[in-house]
Design a protein around this ligand. Structure first.
Ligand code: SER
Length: 304
């Protein structure tokens, strides 16, 4: 029986993974550095993933055998404090590895990101294995993590798995500190009839994935037979790619009346080093990945 610990469980992805595990009657222990504002319907522990000892105690206490390590300082916040970002992203990752070795954790999920690529890869239709030269501290930490995954899996016979998430679009749980967050901010403002000041240029194209595809895809990936997984670091996955202007037009087609004012800031510089489109062919071949949501079906969810 799986007994799952989620770190950083109160973030955008954590909330949705919690709901999924509860629905499937899989034991889940949520953890974060702050208490939840609403009732979670699962066990909860305060854990700072930088605190190795505390992690170890909790993993033992609850007989955890699977970890979803979702703690991360994302791209935009990371640029404001790169030292802290590196420390949080890497130290917590190292702690998870050490605790996993000691407690013989069966499977670990750790998200990577489109931030790993950088401008030396052709930003159109980015393949699984291009030259990687990330420009943000977030991307650098994700790339380091990818390399450590294949190293530790081999050296300690662990099963750490990873997907390179594009921007995740969700309407119930909120993102925080990312470059792709504009999508949810724009939808929320325009739905209310308010204007939105967009921090990206109108034609900055980025790959996105609707939350349901992200959760179900990740679960499918984590349940796949290890022998089918040929990529030893992190797999590309994507849903669809959009620009802010395309989103604005779609929202207006849906009856929204607020306007978008384009005032690009440092986050547009980050986005310009990220892929416009991702090629996820290898995920499709190796573990049968398929996204079900495009822009239209994602927006249908926003207007439900
Ligand atoms: N959504 C993330 C960010 O914008 C990308 O992994 O930072």
């Amino acid at each position: 029986m799986e007994r799952v610990l989620i770190t950083g469980a109160l973030g955008q992805l954590g909330h949705e993974f919690i709901k999924f595990f509860i629905k499937k009657n899989i034991y889940v222990l949520a953890s974060d550095i702050r208490r939840p504002e609403e009732k979670l319907n699962c066990d909860f522990e305060i854990i700072d993933a930088m605190d190795n000892k505390r992690l170890n105690v909790v993993v033992k206490k609850y007989n955890i055998n699977t970890i979803y390590h979702l703690v991360a300082v994302l791209s935009a916040t990371g640029e404001k404090n790169p030292f802290k970002s590196w420390k949080v992203n890497m130290e917590s990752f190292q702690n998870i590895i050490e605790v996993s070795i000691e407690n013989k954790i069966k499977k670990i999920f750790w998200p990577s990101s489109i931030a790993v690529f950088g401008t030396k890869s052709n930003l159109e239709n980015v393949s699984q294995d291009p030259i990687l030269n990330p420009n943000t501290i977030y991307g650098i930490s994700k790339l380091a993590g990818e390399k450590l995954i294949s190293y530790y899996n081999k050296k300690y016979d662990l099963d750490i798995r990873s997907l390179r998430y594009p921007g995740i679009i969700s309407f119930e749980s909120k993102p925080g500190g990312g470059t792709t967050d504009y999508v949810m901010e724009m939808i929320e403002s325009l739905k209310k009839g308010e204007d939105y000041i967009c921090f990206l240029e109108k034609d900055t194209r980025l790959p996105m994935l609707y939350i349901e595809d992200a959760i179900l895809g990740t679960i499918k990936f984590m349940s796949s037979k290890k022998k089918n997984l040929n990529v030893k670091e992190s797999y590309n996955i994507t849903g669809f790619s959009i620009t802010p202007e395309e989103l604005e037009l779609k929202l207006k087609e849906n009856g929204c009346i607020g306007n978008v004012i384009y005032r690009p800031d440092y986050r547009n510089e980050i986005a310009k080093t990220w892929p416009k489109n991702i090629n996820d062919k290898i995920s499709k071949e190796d573990w049968n990945w398929k996204a079900n949501f495009g822009l239209n079906s994602t927006l249908e969810e926003a207007f439900k």
